[in-house]
Design a protein around this ligand. Sequence first.
Ligand code: URA
Length: 452
Amino acid sequence: MNPVEILDAKREGRSLDRASLSAFMTGYLEGTVEEYQMAAFLMAVQFRGLDDGELTDLVEIMIGSGSVLELDHLPSPRVDKHSTGGVGDKVSLVLSPLVAEAGLHVPMMSGRGLGHTGGTLDKLEAIPGFRTDLPLDEFLEVLGAERAAMMGQTAEIAPLDQRLYALRSVTGTVPSIPLIAASIMSKKLAEGLDALVLDVKTGSGAFLSQRDDSLALARTMVGIGERYGVRTTALLTAMDRPLGRTAGNALEVREAVECLRGKGPEDLREVVLALSAELLLSAGEASSFEAARERLAELLDGGAPLARFRRLVQRQGGDPRTVDEVDRLPQAPVVREVRVDAPSHVAEVRPVPLGMAVIALGGGRTRLGQEIDPSVGFSVLVQPGEILEEGDLLGRVHAASEEAAREGEARLRDAVHLGRSRGTPGAPSPLISHRVDASGVWPWDPVGSQRG
Ligand code: URA
């Protein structure tokens, strides 16, 4: 195999056969295809795309680069959810114990922050002592005991994705539909699942900001999942604003715990319930979406998922007291209130500048492997459509120093666009706009009449 011939073919938009694609990928893992050649390949795919055959082959090659979890011995269906990435997205922390409480097994492998987005692993590690790097046997032990376990992708699971993901993040090749689809689905299909729900973000804070692109990504991933016999559905959810009212690792854990208490922001609860209900339906554990949602809401309000989360924290080495006494979570030394100086309405809370502001406070990475400060971020954030009086809170900055807090304030003011008067704010985009399953794309109908 001559890597240059493969690059020439892809540059010209010719389709690669399985043998060539496989040789190129194997060569990369073995060191005979150089980083710069893979970078060129990724950029060619960014512009030329992959056809269905190439994408199927790539997913198979990526899964085959590692091992697949063998979970057939578990007594109930194995399910998971994956988000394409956003700001303030702490859904996994709530969904995982909730769905486990409903009787399903959730072997969840999550990622770290990428670009302006946060990552579940970083949030979990804000809990003092919490270990996300469990050896596989310990992961399976926690999963067996609590029906849920949460860890990072191990070296054994889709190692080719790990290499490509790292390279894509520094070569401008993240926002490619086939590359995102192959990356997410290779990891998820290696978990040995029965059902999967995808939270595909859309809007300015998503990797794919245009709704049509997000829908195409959702359709592509659902198609891959179904080809592998994994019941896969996707919901398109809004990321033209952050989810919930916090952004920053420990602050988001607090908000997730609030949600596990049956409280917390309405939008977070709604997305958690909708995604969890999809999983119950796909696993055959509910007769209708409404019934599933109702059961899950009752569970959340009853407190059992919170108790399961506490046990999960303890089993994974974290301090379980943080779940009841959230002040034990890391707290920033400086908290600065940011207030509005005139009557106004919130026109926009832009996720990208807000996510970048968390990184600037030290709560995210600008280099691979960098230490982060779990305590920093923003809380009590306003949401689009809210009417504010002079002196009302826009949000709180949690920072490591006065200087960082001042910069955080400037960044928060830049992220939030206020209408000049109290005015009449436009309606925010729908929190959940579409549902995608094997039968097609459907406008979101919370009553669920589109489900066959
Ligand atoms: N999440 C992933 O796992 N992969 C991507 O390519 C983008 C988001």
